[in-house]
Design a protein around this ligand. Sequence first.
Ligand code: NDP
Ligand code: GDR
Length: 371
Amino acid sequence: MKKALITGITGQDGSYLAEFLLEKGYEVHGIKRRASLFNTQRIDHIYEDPHVENMRFKLHYGDLADSSNLTRIIQEIQPDEVYNLAAQSHVAVSFESPEYTADVDAMGTLRILEAIRILGLEKKTRFYQASTSELFGLVQETPQKETTPFYPRSPYAVAKLYAYWITVNYREAYGMYACNGILFNHESPRRGETFVTRKITRGLSNIAQGLESCLYMGNLDALRDWGHAKDYVRMQWLMLQQDFAEDYVIATGKQYSVRQFILWSASELGLVLRFEGVGVDEVAVVDSVEGDKAPFIQPGDVLVRIDPRYFRPTEVESLLGDPSKAKEKLGWVPEITVQEMCAEMVNEDLRIARRHALLKQNGYGVPVSFE
Ligand code: NDP
Ligand code: GDR
């Protein structure tokens, strides 16, 4: 039985990848951080009681900032594959915590590679690094592919640039099977609540159920190439199953604006919106309401306003990936369209909002968003 170690197993991708590898028959180990509240909601459904015999899913306390902890865990497991998904993954937050982001996202990657090397596992353990389209930042070529020059635009992207190159360097210096998946944005109902797609689907669903009154957004002109996380974790595994380690761009090859994602989400709720005004005065107003998904919304309501605090000191305006290499060499094609994904996210957030609305009507507290 193959053994995989996933860092960041409690995150969006970690949870889908763990499900995928369990289905493939792997023994799956994950590193989770100690937190004052439970942080395993995304993986609770696959959790196994450690007292059960032959369990195939095991969590270890750890942190990418702690090299002795990482070395001990890797020594104990002797994994065939390591998927390094852990990161301070929020671009805007990286401007507020640049040093922490560098420590975890850049140095954390080095710590794992060094652990594999020091333990003499460099010929046994295959390594996947969660690289990102943010490396392209201020784009030098459209669409972006494996050979497009990098120009990172945030402390997050700069930290990930180090992680990208240290992965390449360990491959070349020590003959390790180590590769980078340069993944463009991928989302799902399990996406963190403060990334733009989830913020929109959750915010509009909450407004539809009378839990919030308005959604405050940043740059609506930003263009992204959005795919579904389920499609993208399949690719992470495929990259480690080849004869030679190589780096791959994973994207859909289609690009849309944040404004368009708002329109799709609203439409799934039965709402037709129109955008009015320019710059920070732009708003989204309801033109018409159909169906029963949004009982608290009336024509004329303003659902979206701009709040400049969501603007970034340096923005990545436009990303569009060219996944030709992944398609040709690995036979990978995304199966879920961005519109299907948006509908899935809205309907899941609506289900949660309806539950919270019911709790509120009956005098119980509901989670508050501080974003
Ligand atoms: P999430 O933010 O959902 O998950 C991040 C994971 O990393 C969580 O499990 C988090 O733990 C963990 N983590 C954070 N800091 C540490 C630390 N110091 N030590 C150990 N674990 C830590 O990210 P995604 O699942 O969306 O992304 C996975 C990876 O892919 C990330 O590296 C991200 O940068 C990268 N990426 C993501 C893309 C996307 O569109 N989703 C695109 C390209 C790259 P906790 O739950 O405790 O917070
Ligand atoms: P990104 O994702 O920065 O691309 O990084 P995010 O969803 O945060 O932003 C996408 C674009 O939307 C604009 N935007 C807003 N973003 C947020 N979060 N909140 C807002 O209110 C808002 N309004 C507009 C942003 O300015 C940006 O242009 C994600 C992360 O998952 C990274 O870890 C990953 O590496 C990249 O995707 C690929």
